[in-house]
Design a protein around this ligand. Structure first.
Ligand SMILES: O=c1ccn([C@@H]2O[C@H](COP(=O)(O)O)[C@@H](O)[C@H]2O)c(=O)[nH]1
Length: 328
């Protein structure tokens, strides 16, 4: 986590902007212009099968690029949500890759919210998100190693157990990347399974947290945290506080701030004694901030994206200032 923690120190900002584009969050002027472009490029062939995914994928990319330009220099990281892009098929995944790549080029740490894991052999292939792909070909121009994903970290689901997460850690280590494991999620039904009490009195989420922290104990970086982070929802402050006490070697990624109701006060108890050890995500409250303004100045795509950017920037600054105030 050292690279992420250094980036947080440089920006004095423990927050990450989530890039979760949906048709409702993209200004109409942007989508309409992308539909026109896609329609124009397909007119020759007369095959419009991919018109909607192509127009949406282009809109998502342009929108993500605008958000990244707006918040680069204010936040240390972004967290693109692959679900929105995968919904569009192959062209959507390509827009996801391009968005991650653009964010890295702007100096941002990229957390790919992919929530993967599977039995060993399948997990090993999902882990290429972190390791990239290597092939030695008898073609001198072909690079021996390529990273098609452009992510610095990914999220994983621990339900299958340690062997499903290990391939991600094995891939992360040599490439200096990180993994964030779901420990207590932010959604309303999170308690249904995660808060079940085990025979030893511990809750399921505490047991998962303990396994994650054990993994980190002997592999901490310069700032005292290991490569395996924990996802802990802002909407469950009591559980978050309990986890911080039991997980001194684990860095927390905290979603649920803003649109889901989590506040800076809820989060403060999840930080370590120096007010660090956490990064807080907000997606819709930042990328959709433009929807709270009047839209009379959004007559074309450029004007619309300028408003999106100004509003996202203001919202990111407000979030940074609220977190700073709560953590000092
Ligand atoms: O427990 C979890 C794990 C992941 N998420 C993801 O974070 C963002 C939150 O979006 P908001 O618009 O800020 O609510 C989204 O991508 C979720 O899939 C989470 O919310 N909770």
């Amino acid at each position: 986590m050292d690279r992420l923690i250094d980036a947080i120190s440089e920006t004095h900002n423990p927050s990450v902007v989530g890039i979760d584009p949906t048709p409702q969050l993209i200004p109409q002027a942007v989508t309409a212009s992308m539909v026109e472009d896609a329609y124009g490029s397909m007119r020759q062939s007369g095959d419009y099968t991919d018109l909607v995914p192509q127009a949406m994928a282009m809109s998502y990319f342009l929108f993500g690029q605008a958000i990244i330009d707006a918040v680069a220099g204010i936040v240390p990281a972004v967290k693109p949500q692959i679900a929105m892009y995968e919904a569009l098929g192959a062209i959507g995944v390509s827009a996801y890759n391009q968005t991650c790549r653009y964010a890295q080029e702007q100096g941002l740490y990229v957390i790919g919210d992919i929530k993967r894991a599977d039995i060993g052999t399948s997990a090993a292939h999902y882990a290429h998100h972190l390791s990239g792909i290597s092939a030695t070909l008898p073609i001198p121009e072909a690079p021996a190693h390529t990273d098609p994903w452009h992510e610095d970290a990914v999220t994983v689901n621990p339900y299958l157990g340690a062997d499903a997460v290990k391939p991600f850690l094995d891939a992360a280590e040599p490439h200096d990347k990180d993994v964030f494991c779901l420990v207590h999620t932010s959604n309303p039904s999170a308690t249904q399974i995660q808060d079940l009490q085990l025979v030893n009195g511990q809750h399921v989420y505490e047991h998962v947290g303990m396994l994650v922290d054990q993994q980190n104990r002997n592999t901490t970086g310069l700032h005292g945290y290991g490569r395996l982070g924990a996802v802990v929802g802002a909407t469950y402050p009591a559980q978050g506080r309990a986890l911080r006490a039991r997980m001194p070697h684990t860095f927390f990624l905290i979603p649920g701030y803003g649109a889901q109701g989590g506040t800076a006060t809820d989060i403060a108890a999840m930080a370590d004694e120096h007010g660090s050890g956490i990064i807080v995500n907000s997606s819709r409250a930042i990328i959709g901030a433009w929807k709270r303004r009047d839209h009379t100045t959004m007559r074309n795509p450029d004007e619309a994206l300028a408003v999106v950017m100004a509003c996202a920037r203001d919202a990111a600054i407000d979030m940074r200032d609220n977190l700073r105030a709560a953590l000092t």
